[in-house]
Structure formats: structure tokens, C-alpha cells
Design a protein around this ligand. Structure first.
Ligand SMILES: [Zn+2]
Ligand SMILES: [Zn+2]
Length: 347
């Protein structure tokens, strides 16, 4: 028997039992050990990001292979793996150009097909990555967001000596901060409204941390009146996307990394972009960055355990996805935890 948290539409999650089907050809069945709650899951739960339902959400996960399907010779029962959820078609115009993350028939696990918020998950073997023994499952689950953040760093074209501003200091902003430092940013500022998160960003290596209200003045001051070389917007807030444009120098680069509400619009001056020759880019998913992300996580470069604030059972998922839940860091669902609410999680 398998138990999964099934998303039925905005605001609706239910626990459902089902018989566990065997793996299809080319698939492995894993017992999920850890699945991260992502901002995307929260957006879906709020109805800001449309998906077809019913579906089991959760696209940041790791676990143990319990059964392999026909034709799978790369994994065996007992192997520890983490998952790249972004399943591409391989034959659309984008896949054939090698920009597979923009696949027009993308079917991500945990978004378009059942993902990791359940005891078991069916994963195509070619999207499974072996997790080194010393990497705990909950850090393995975070290889996926790290892979997405690596794409953000690529899109920012960060190089040694750059100054960078990260907007947002949640788990994603924190990972971006550490990756930006690793990529050679010599000066780094973080914009974040929450004082606790600001303090953590300072601990992780930010030179300057400040509230969004003070950001323009503080960043100009910090950068000798110029602005930063790069700004990466990771709060997922539309106002942050606009603010980022005002924090970079002339010729600077802005990456809109967050998942923004699909229907919100922004008033910006094209003059600002043209006159200052700004580069503004999106960053989507994890094109060919999963292997590198696993290497970074395996090397212990990203204090991921410090970013995890809550470990919850499946029964607490609906609350963790709701707007009232304000965790200080990353929430990890462990489907093996008993299904009674754990009182000391502060949820
Ligand atoms: Zn995610
Ligand atoms: Zn495709």
C-alpha cells in the first residue's frame, strides 16, 4: 500500500491510499525519504500557478530504490538516489536545439505527474542520480533546488571580482548567496524584510544585509554610487523584480529567478533598461546542472543542514503549503514520520 498527499486544486490536499503499482519499463520505484517544500508548491496550492489535478506534488526528493523496471541496469534495489524531476520529450523544437528545459512538452514529476509527497514514487531511471553514502537524504532532496540556483548563477554570468545583490534570503536566496560567493563574487549584499533571515544571510557571508525599504540607498552607498554588477531576484515578489532593476550599475545584469504570480504585472520604465544598457534575464529549471549540483552538495560546500528548519509528516503538508505557515527555513517532508501532527515544530 502507498500513501500520498494528493493535490485536488487550489487549497485542497488529501491523503490517499492506493495499491503500489510496479515500475514501468525504464522506471525505478523509490521509497521517498525526504521531499522539500518549494515556493512553486506553495504557488500551486494558492492557485497562482496552474497545474492539472489530481496530482501528487513535490519535485525536490530523494529516497531508496525498491524495485527496478524492465531494461534498467543502472540501478538496483537498495540504491540511494536523488531525482531530477524535469522530464522532457526529447523531440520537440526546443529539445532538438539542446535547450531541453524549455521543452514544449515538459512533464515534471511533482507538477505534471505524481511526485515526491508520498511514501513511494515512480521515477524514470534516466532522471535518477546516485546519492553518495555520506550525503543525507534531506540534502539529496535539495540537489534539485541547488541545480536550479546554479542555472541562476549561469544566467547572471557571475565572474570573479563581481559585486552581487541577492533579493530574498529564504532557502533559495541563501543557496544563491553561497553559490555566488563560490562563483567568485567578491562583494555580496542581501535584501530581505525578515530580520532572522537577514541575520542568517550575514552569517553565511553577506557583507551587507538590509530591508527592501532601504535597499536603493544602501546599495548605492555600498557600491560607491554605482550599483552592483549583478542582481538576482529570488523573493518571487513582483515588487522585488522591479527593485532589482534599480540596484545594478549601468551595464549591469538582472536575473528574475523567483516564481512570480502568473497574472501580476509590473510597471517599469523601458528608458531605465535602454539608457543603462541593462541585461534582464529569466532563469528556469535546471538545464544540465543537476550533476554539478550533486557535486557541490556532495563536497559539503553549501551548509544545507543549516537551511532546513522543519521536518514534517505528510499529514502536515497542507498546513506547510498554506499562507499562514512561515517557516524560517526549508521544510522537508519525511513520509515515514508518523501521521500525527508533531507539536514542537512551531507550525
Ligand atoms: Zn522547486
Ligand atoms: Zn521537448
Amino acid at each position: 500500500m502507498s500513501v500520498s498527499a494528493v493535490f485536488d486544486g487550489p487549497g485542497a490536499i488529501r491523503l490517499a491510499e492506493s495499491d503500489l503499482a510496479g515500475p514501468a519499463a525504464g522506471e525505478v520505484v523509490i521509497e521517498v525519504a525526504a521531499c522539500g517544500v518549494c515556493g512553486t508548491d506553495r504557488s500551486i496550492f494558492r492557485g497562482e500557478y496552474a497545474v492539472d489535478s489530481p496530482v501528487v506534488l513535490g519535485h525536490e526528493y530523494a529516497g531508496t530504490v525498491i524495485e527496478v523496471g524492465e531494461g534498467v541496469d543502472t540501478f538496483a534495489a537498495g540504491d540511494r538516489i536523488c531525482v531530477d524531476p524535469n522530464i522532457t520529450c526529447g523531440s520537440c523544437a526546443y529539445c532538438r536545439r539542446g535547450i531541453t528545459h524549455l521543452c514544449s512538452a515538459l512533464r515534471p514529476l511533482g507538477i505534471s505527474r505524481d511526485g515526491g509527497f508520498g511514501r513511494f514514487s515512480h521515477v524514470p531511471a534516466r532522471y535518477a542520480y546516485r546519492l553518495p553514502d555520506h550525503v543525507p537524504f534531506e540534502e539529496g532532496a535539495l540537489v534539485e533546488p541547488v541545480a536550479c540556483c546554479l542555472r541562476g548563477i549561469q544566467q547572471a554570468e557571475l565572474s570573479v571580482g563581481d559585486s552581487a545583490v541577492i533579493l530574498g534570503a529564504g532557502p533559495i536566496g541563501s543557496i544563491l548567496l553561497l553559490l555566488a560567493l563560490g562563483a567568485g563574487a567578491t562583494r555580496l549584499a542581501v535584501i530581505e524584510p525578515d530580520p532572522g533571515r537577514r541575520a542568517r544571510a550575514a552569517d553565511l557571508g553577506a557583507d551587507v544585509v538590509c530591508d527592501p525599504v532601504d535597499a536603493v540607498e544602501a546599495i548605492l552607498d555600498w557600491s560607491g554610487g554605482l550599483g552592483a554588477d549583478v542582481a538576482i531576484e529570488a523573493s518571487g515578489r513582483t515588487v522585488g523584480a522591479e527593485l532589482a532593476l534599480r540596484l545594478v550599475r549601468r551595464g549591469g545584469r538582472v536575473v528574475w529567478f523567483g516564481v512570480y504570480p502568473e497574472r501580476e504585472v509590473l510597471e517599469i520604465s523601458p528608458y531605465l533598461v535602454n539608457e543603462n544598457e541593462l541585461t534582464v534575464r529569466g532563469s528556469f529549471n535546471n538545464p544540465f546542472t543537476h550533476q554539478a549540483a550533486l557535486a557541490v552538495v556532495g563536497a559539503g560546500r553549501l551548509k544545507l543542514h543549516e537551511l532546513i528548519s522543519d521536518r514534517i509528516p505528510l499529514t502536515d503538508l497542507a498546513h506547510a503549503l498554506s499562507p499562514e505557515s512561515r517557516p524560517s527555513g526549508k521544510v522537508i517532508v519525511d513520509p515515514s514520520l508518523p501521521g500525527t501532527p508533531v507539536p514542537n515544530l512551531g507550525l
